[in-house]
Design a protein around this ligand. Structure first.
Ligand SMILES: Nc1ncnc2c1ncn2[C@@H]1O[C@H](COP(=O)(O)OP(=O)(O)OP(=O)(O)O)[C@@H](O)[C@H]1O
Length: 450
C-alpha cells in the first residue's frame, strides 16, 4: 500500500523540488499544498505523514502542528524550517513534531531519512499494538489457565474480583502451581493491560542489589553504579509489579519496601528526590507467609500491606480431573508446536498420570507429557512412555546413605554441570522452581562454577 505524504510549502519551486526527490521512492504518494488551511481540510484523505514549512503565510508552523495533533495525535509531522533556532526546534518536538529539519544544502537527504524513520516508527508502533492484542488474547484467563475442578473454579472467582479492582494481590501455592501465570492473567485482563507488567524474582537477586533493582540508583551512588538506573517500581508505572518469592526479602529491604508502599513513592539510591509511582502490586511465594511472620522472618506490617486479596493455588494432586484436562492440552500444544499428527493417551496411561503426586505440580506434568510425546512411537501414549523423573532417582539413590536434602543438592549440582550452569534449564529439566535452585545457591549448598 502506498505511503501518503502531504507536503505544505508556500514556495512552489521548493515544494516541487521536495516532491520530486521523495517520489524517487515509488511507494510514496505525495500531495503538495501551499497553505495550512488547505491541508487541514484535506485530512479526511488520511495522510500517513505531513511535512510542513514552518513559515507559512496563513498559519505559523506551531499553530498548524497543534491543529494537526488535535485531529490525530498519532499523525507524524516533520517540520522544515529556514531558522536554526534550537529553542523553537525543542518546543516543536515537545508538542509532538516527529522531526525538525533545517533548510540548507542537505534538506533533501535529511528529509529522505526523516521519512524513513517516521515510517519505521509507525510500523513498530503498529506491531507493538498487535503484539499487545495477541498477549491479551493469550492471557484471557479462560484460555490460559486450564482447569474445571472445584478448587480452580474458586480461584477463577477470586481472579474476577482481582481483575475488577486495583487491590494488591498475594498469590501462594507450591512450586509450579501457576503463580506467575495468575499474575499475568490479572495484569492482562485488568485496565492496566496496555502498560508494563514487570516481574522480579527476589530469590534470583543478590541481597546487596535488591534495593537498586527495585528503586533504582543515581550514577555514582555506589561502586559499580556507572550509570543512572531506573528501578522496577518506576518501570512498572501505570502497570503491574510482580514480586515473586517475596518471602526471600531481607528484613532491611522489607523495611524499605514497606516505606515505599506506604508513601506510594520511591527514592533511588544516591538521590534525595522521591518519585510517586502508580503500579499495582502482585506478590507470590511458595512459603506460608503468616508462618514467616510468626517466626520473625517477615515483617508483620509489611505482611498486612501486601496481603490484599489472597489467592491460594491448590497443588495439582488436589485438582482431580484437571490433571487429564491439562495433559490433553499439553499434548495438543506439543502437536501444534512440532507439527505432529494427533496424539492421544491410552486408558492405562491416563490412569498412571492420574495416580501420581506431582511434587512439581503443573510444570512437572508438562515436562512429563512433553517427554511422553517425544517417546511415543504411534499416535497413542502408553504407560511405559510416562516417566516420573526416575532417571535422576536411579542414578543417585544407590551411592551411599544420605539425607533427602543432600540427595537433592547432589542431583541439582549434577544437572547444573551437565547443562552448563544454566539454572533456568535445570529448573525446567527437574520440574522444580528456579527459586529452589537460587535458594540453595544463596544458602551456599550449591556453588555455580565460573
Ligand atoms: N492451570 C494451568 N493451565 C495451564 N498451564 C499452567 C497452569 N498452571 C501452570 N501452568 C504452566 O505451568 C508452568 C509453571 O507455572 P508458573 O511458572 O506460573 O508456576 P509458579 O507457581 O510461578 O512456579 P514457581 O513457584 O516455581 O516460580 C508454566 O509453564 C505455566 O504456563
Amino acid at each position: 500500500m502506498n505511503y501518503k505524504i502531504f507536503i505544505v510549502e508556500d514556495d512552489p519551486w521548493y515544494g516541487e523540488m521536495l516532491k520530486y526527490h521523495l517520489e524517487m521512492n515509488p511507494e510514496y504518494e505525495i500531495t503538495l499544498f501551499d497553505n495550512g488551511r488547505e491541508v487541514l481540510s484535506n485530512l479526511y484523505r488520511k495522510p500517513d505523514l505531513v511535512c510542513i514549512d514552518f513559515g507559512l503565510p496563513d498559519m505559523n508552523g506551531e499553530v498548524l502542528l497543534k491543529r494537526l495533533k488535535q485531529e490525530n495525535v498519532n499523525l507524524p509531522v516533520i517540520i522544515i524550517s529556514g531558522q536554526e533556532d534550537i529553542e523553537v526546534a525543542v518546543s516543536l518536538l515537545k508538542i509532538g513534531a516527529r522531526d525538525y529539519i533545517i533548510k540548507n544544502d542537505h534538506t533533501k537527504e535529511n528529509l529522505w531519512q526523516a521519512v524513513i524513520n517516521a515510517r519505521e516508527n509507525t510500523i513498530l508502533k503498529q506491531e507493538v499494538e498487535e503484539l499487545k492484542d495477541q498477549l491479551e488474547e493469550k492471557f484471557d484467563f479462560s484460555n490460559s489457565i486450564i482447569g474445571q475442578s472445584q478448587p480452580i473454579l474458586k480461584v477463577f472467582k477470586t481472579l474476577e474480583k482481582a481483575i475488577k479492582s486495583n487491590i494488591n494481590v498475594s498469590v501462594t501455592g507450591e512450586t509450579g502451581t501457576g503463580k506467575e501465570l495468575v499474575a499475568k492473567a490479572i495484569h492482562f485482563n485488568s485496565d492496566r493491560k496496555r502498560k508494563p507488567l514487570i516481574a522480579v524474582n527476589m530469590a534470583a537477586i543478590p541481597p546487596e542489589l535488591v534495593e537498586s533493582e527495585l528503586f533504582g540508583h543515581e550514577k555514582g551512588a555506589f561502586t559499580g553504579a556507572t550509570s543512572q538506573k531506573t528501578g522496577k517500581f518506576l518501570a512498572a508505572n501505570g502497570g503491574t509489579l510482580f514480586l515473586d518469592e517475596i518471602a526471600e526479602l531481607d528484613l532491611s529491604i522489607q523495611t524499605k519496601l514497606l516505606r515505599a508502599l506506604q508513601e506510594r513513592e520511591v527514592v533511588p539510591i544516591g538521590s534525595n528526590k522521591s518519585t510517586i509511582f502508580d503500579a499495582r502490586l502482585i506478590t507470590a511465594t511458595h512459603k506460608d507467609l503468616a508462618k514467616e511472620v510468626q517466626e520473625g522472618r517477615f515483617r508483620e506490617d509489611l505482611y498486612y500491606r501486601i496481603i490484599g486479596l489472597p489467592i491460594e493455588l491448590p497443588p495439582l494432586r488436589e485438582r482431580g480431573n484437571d490433571i487429564l484436562l491439562l495433559a490433553n492440552n499439553f499434548v495438543q500444544d506439543y502437536c501444534k508446536t512440532n507439527k505432529a499428527g494427533k496424539i492421544t493417551f491410552s486408558e492405562d496411561a491416563k490412569q498412571k498420570l492420574y495416580n501420581y503426586e506431582y511434587p512439581g505440580n503443573v510444570r512437572e506434568l508438562k515436562a512429563i507429557v512433553d517427554l511422553a510425546c517425544v517417546l511415543c512411537d504411534e499416535d497413542k501414549i502408553q504407560p511405559k512412555e510416562i516417566s516420573f523423573n526416575k532417571l535422576a532417582k536411579d542414578n543417585f539413590i544407590s551411592f551411599q546413605e544420605k539425607s533427602l536434602k543432600e540427595y537433592q543438592t547432589d542431583i541439582i549440582s549434577y544437572f547444573l554441570n551437565k547443562y552448563n550452569q544454566n539454572v533456568v534449564m535445570v529448573a525446567e529439566k527437574l520440574s522444580i522452581g528456579k527459586s529452589t535452585i537460587y535458594n540453595l545457591i544463596k544458602a551456599g549448598d550449591i556453588k555455580l562454577e565460573e
